[in-house]
Structure formats: structure tokens, C-alpha cells
Design a protein around this ligand. Structure first.
Ligand code: SF4
Ligand code: SF4
Ligand code: SF4
Length: 259
């Protein structure tokens, strides 16, 4: 059987999602037995053109934050049968979009100082803002097991169902003590699950890196915080850590009380 041609590309990102695949050491040989990896700069000595491969599936990591990102995304889309937003940056804008809230110019000056004029960057956007996307692997970084399952499913022409239940669902299954009981904020009730509720399991509230769960009840979340006597003032900062580009202004207003 002809192996699936798979490519990994990276735009504005920390490349941590690509690293997640490389960290699957004990399963990498199985992956290589199931698919042919045609581009993977982080793990390759290939020195040719970066975006010039035809692929059955392209995993694209990183948000669209530069003109180069945008044109490369269009090239990759045109050469790939399926495009997967690979990780929070590509899926929802992720941490790169924090700058969107304070303004790109301000952020650029803060980071680059007098050299700011030399640097081009735009508001960070998810991949889907520029090209059609066929699927997404969520999280910052993506979940190892989910990634491997996704690749093996794709290799036999199957599609992995996208987790729809919020983080709370897996958290309850793990019987983790709820961090709300410690008076802390957790975005688990409105965040898409699939990460095995790892942050609450280690004692921290969820920061929402997998994006909003489908049908997330933002009003109820706001009410829940109020009932627990929690100050919602840090909620905007919490939500913007990963979701600054993901929420519409209406959703922000519903959740935080102001846009
Ligand atoms: S989603 Fe997180 S780990 Fe993946 S590239 Fe973006 S910042 Fe890095
Ligand atoms: S800790 Fe967070 S994810 Fe777990 S049950 Fe409580 S609110 Fe839900
Ligand atoms: S618990 Fe929340 S922040 Fe932690 S990995 Fe899961 S979705 Fe991301």
C-alpha cells in the first residue's frame, strides 16, 4: 500500500508542537512505518525549498503573523490535499495573539525598541483566517497520544473525532479535586477537552489552551465565578493567554463583562 505523504511546517511558533512528535521516541519508528514524512525541517538535514513538497497531509504549526506566513500558508494549501492546524498557535492564534489585545505597534516597540521599524509583523491569526483548514489538533503543545492516533487514523484513511466535551469531563473521570475548591480560577468548564485534564491533575487551573469547547456556556462560567466569590478581573488576562484571537467581541463580553 502506498504510504501517505506527510509534511510538517512551521510559521510563527516556538516549534514545540513539532517537538512533541520527536518526543514520541518509542513510537517514531511505527509512525515512519505508516507514513512517509516529506518535509520536517526541525528533524531533517534537507536544504532545499521549505514549502515545495506535494503532500497528502500537511501539519502546519504556528499562527499567521507575517506576510511571509500568509504567502507560505497559501503555497502549502495549494500543494496539500489536507491541511491540519497543528497546535494552539495555528488552531486559535494561541500565545502569539496576546499582542493583539494591546496593539501590534505597541508590542513591536516593546520587544524591538529602536529597531521596531525594521520588523514586520501583523496581528496574530489562526491558519483558518487565511486558508481553508480540514482538521485541527488542539493544545499548547498538542497531546502526544492524540497526535499519534491522528496520524495512524489518517494512514488508513480514517478521521479521528474531534473531542467535544470540556476539560471538566476528563477531570471528573480522573477524580481530580476541583481547583475551584481552592479558590482558584479554572477555564475547564468552557475549554475543549482531550488533554486528559492534565493541568488540574497537577494542581493548576486550566488556561484554555485547547480553545473553547463547542457550545461552551460563557454566561454560566461568568456566573460560576461570581457565585464562588472570585474576582473576575484577572479573567481577561487568563482568557487572553491562549484565546485572544479566538473569542469574538460578543463572546468576550459574555464571559468577561466588557470587550
Ligand atoms: S501551540 Fe504552543 S507548543 Fe505549539 S508552537 Fe504554539 S506556542 Fe509552541
Ligand atoms: S478543576 Fe477545572 S477542569 Fe477540573 S472539575 Fe474543576 S473546573 Fe473542571
Ligand atoms: S488543562 Fe487546559 S491548559 Fe491544561 S492542557 Fe488541558 S486545555 Fe490546556
Amino acid at each position: 500500500m502506498k504510504k501517505l505523504r506527510v509534511a510538517f511546517y512551521s510559521f510563527t511558533s516556538c516549534e514545540g508542537c513539532q517537538l512533541t512528535l520527536l518526543e514520541c521516541e518509542d513510537r517514531l519508528l511505527d509512525v515512519l512505518g505508516a507514513v512517509e514524512i516529506v518535509r520536517f525541517r526541525e528533524a531533517s538535514s534537507y536544504e532545499g525549498g521549505e514549502f515545495d513538497a506535494d503532500a497528502d497531509i500537511a501539519f502546519v504549526e504556528g499562527s499567521i503573523s507575517t506576510v511571509h506566513d500568509e504567502s507560505a500558508a497559501r503555497t502549502v494549501r495549494s500543494r496539500s490535499k489536507k491541511l491540519v492546524a497543528f497546535g494552539a498557535c495555528a488552531d486559535i492564534g494561541g500565545v502569539n495573539a496576546i499582542k493583539n489585545r494591546e496593539g501590534v505597534e505597541t508590542a513591536r516597540e516593546r520587544v524591538y525598541g529602536p529597531a521596531a521599524a525594521w520588523i514586520h509583523s501583523s496581528a496574530a491569526r489562526p491558519l483558518s483566517a487565511v486558508v481553508p483548514v480540514d482538521a485541527a489538533l488542539h493544545g499548547c503543545p498538542v497531546d502526544k497520544d492524540e497526535l499519534i492516533r491522528f496520524i495512524f487514523a489518517a494512514a488508513v484513511g480514517a478521521k479521528l473525532p474531534d473531542p467535544a466535551a470540556p476539560v471538566c469531563f476528563e477531570c471528573k473521570l480522573r477524580q481530580t479535586a476541583c481547583v475551584f475548591q481552592k479558590g482558584e480560577v479554572c477555564l475547564g468548564p468552557i475549554t475543549r477537552g482531550g488533554c486528559k485534564a492534565i493541568c488540574p491533575a497537577f494542581g493548576s487551573g486550566c488556561d484554555g489552551c485547547r480553545g473553547l469547547a463547542p457550545d461552551a456556556n460563557l454566561l454560566l462560567m461568568r456566573r460560576l465565578l461570581k457565585e464562588r466569590g472570585l474576582d473576575g478581573s484577572d479573567l481577561a488576562r487568563r482568557v487572553d493567554l491562549f484565546n485572544a484571537a479566538a473569542l469574538t467581541e460578543d463572546q468576550r463580553r459574555e464571559l468577561i463583562g466588557h470587550a
